[in-house]
Ligand binder design. Structure first.
Ligand code: PLP
Length: 348
């Protein structure tokens, strides 16, 4: 097992009181003020399932995504359709192809269901090696191919033309799960509209990241209605009402994405520049996390950071000397720099 599990739901060691948390790629700003107000106002109505409110959220979402209503289904977080995808579309005769490193939950669920998991190392520039992933999918029976775009932990991104190449060259029977959890942090357009054209692409989105709603739980699966029916066949799970209310307020705020994207990029770039000046390189990121090469054991480094009040993310076996760091507020990143300088023995 893992000393520090990758799954969002996994129990983590309790951080020290007042510690700066840069370990789970959460949004340090939380739900927007309007979303918080809407969630509070919704509490009195929480004795009901509020299916109509879910319909309103879906309609607001499809209007922005420009896809038909029957191509979208809401879930309490994107983890749920992700887990269901592994259960449905992988198994002993249908393997999984993923990048290495990437968000590991899908691979863990697939492996638990008897699927062979092929891990394809990222390219030297940190991006997914989509050509090698397609080759891997042709080399063995492959039910599902996972692309996390931007990738967790690196924040690296594959441009639309490379993703189009992947869709054109993968085995016909292999489905592609495109996880766009962090896409709102980048300038790149979503591929979500493609689900109206093909039945082998499932796109996941979440309100947990840029919208700051990780603890409220709302996510979206977009796909051909047949794929959505398969996902739904594993059982219904009604949606949390405060999450629906907050999601609607978030979708109706046209400033939220550009504002938070800009703020995140500014803080991320300043932090990466600070690290670079001290000789620590990072994989190019377009998300709210990045991977830094600490040039020594990453787990020990993260432990020393935690001892200095800053909890950072973990290492991946393929990169034992690199650690993932979530982009926090300017204040949190000042604390990060202080702790990093101390632990690495470089000027603050
Ligand atoms: N996908 C990726 C790439 C993630 O990093 C996470 C959470 O860390 C998830 C999906 C699941 O998030 P949630 O279930 O909160 O939507």
């Amino acid at each position: 097992g893992h000393a520090q599990p990758a799954t969002a739901a996994a129990p983590a060691p309790a951080p020290a009181e007042g510690a700066v948390l840069l370990n789970f790629n959460e949004c340090p700003y939380g739900p927007s003020p309007a979303a918080q107000q809407a969630a509070r106002d919704s509490i009195a109505g929480c004795g009901r399932y509020r299916f109509a409110l879910a319909g309103q959220v879906r309609d607001a979402f499809i209007e922005q995504a420009r896809i038909p209503a029957d191509h979208v289904r809401l879930y309490p977080g994107s983890s749920e359709p992700l887990n269901r995808a592994a259960v449905l579309w992988t198994g002993p005769l249908a393997g999984l192809v993923v990048a290495d490193p990437t968000f590991e939950t899908l691979g863990e669920v697939a492996a638990a269901h008897g699927a062979h998991v092929q891990k394809v190392p990222l390219r030297d520039d940190g991006a997914h090696d989509l050509r090698a992933m397609v080759a891997a999918a042709h080399a063995r029976p492959t039910g599902l191919l996972y692309v996390c775009n931007p990738n967790n932990p690196t924040g690296s991104i594959s441009p639309p033309d490379e993703l189009a190449w992947l869709l054109a060259h993968k085995p016909a029977s292999t489905r592609v799960l495109l996880d766009e959890a962090y896409l709102q942090y980048s300038e790149q357009p979503s591929l979500i509209a493609q689900v109206a054209q093909r039945d082998d692409l499932i796109v996941l989105r979440t309100f947990s990241k840029l919208y700051g709603m990780a603890g409220l739980r709302l996510g979206v699966a977009a796909a051909h209605p047949d794929r959505l029916r398969e996902l739904a066949s594993l059982g219904d799970n009604p949606l949390p009402v405060p999450a629906l209310a907050a999601a609607l307020a978030s979708l109706r705020d046209p400033q939220l994405i550009p504002q938070r994207r800009l703020q995140n990029a500014k803080v991320r770039q300043a932090t990466i520049a600070w690290l670079g000046k001290r000789g620590f390189s990072c994989v190019r990121s377009e998300a709210n996390c990045f991977v830094v090469d600490v040039r020594r054991d990453g787990s020990a480094f993260a432990k020393a950071m935690a001892d200095n009040g800053v909890v950072i993310g973990r290492s991946w076996p393929i990169w034992p000397q690199r650690v993932r760091v979530t982009v926090g507020t300017e204040e949190e990143m000042a604390a990060f720099r202080n702790a990093f300088a101390k632990v690495a023995g470089v000027p603050a």
